[in-house]
Design a protein around this ligand. Sequence first.
Ligand code: GLC
Ligand code: MG
Length: 256
Amino acid sequence: MKPFLFVTDLDHTLVGEDKALKELNDELERHRQEHGTKIVYATGRSITLYQQLTSEKSLLEPDALITSVGTEVYLESDCENPDLEWSTKLSVGWNRELILEIAENFANELTLQQESEQRPFKISYLIEEAAAKEILPQLKLLLENQNLKFNIIYSGSQDLDILPLYADKGLAVKYIQEKLGFFPETTVVCGDSGNDIALFSVGEERGIIVGNARSELIEWYSNNQTEYRYLAKTFYANGIMEGLHYFKFLDKAVAR
Ligand code: GLC
Ligand code: MG
């Protein structure tokens, strides 16, 4: 078997069903040992909330880590310092203070998320779906009028992230792909919600959408079907396993 670059979102994708998680972990660890497969997590969580999750669930140590919706990359298990080359790329044209100031105009609808989720290249709010539909076009317009460059991502009917223009999970995967020497055909990305769309749309990476995916991702998938994207029937890590077999990254289950 050939090595592949395994990239997965955590909440409601890899994590959601403990028994399936353990089985998948075992398969992946074996593949890493035997074939040199690399494991990357791409999460919306900050490094703080990621570390909290690792204390609650048994996760494999990743070969690289993408946190805060693609705005931070950690290589070589150094969880203290995000990769400087990536941060430098994101800082071009990013004006965090001015965005915060403009968003204040919608203080009634936008609630800032907890402090740990506010990061140098990420501003995050909570906003209900109905309010988001109404407010987001207005917010975008105000930001554009100031010539600001940004990327707005709405996920899970509640989370609003404002990021630098060239920051998302997909672009962070491209960056890591180059560092680790993998190609779209040998990369598989897995997700369940809005902030994962970038994983599936950045290129021709093999994409696994778990069966329990949120409506925003299912809707995107139905408008963007190709042979390199797969909507699993099963949920969470079971869905990932199903997809890995579909794309033939894993050999058929054999008795061991
Ligand atoms: C995670 C992060 C949160 C973000 C959300 C969606 O839950 O903790 O800050 O808004 O993902 O990207
Ligand atoms: Mg998720």
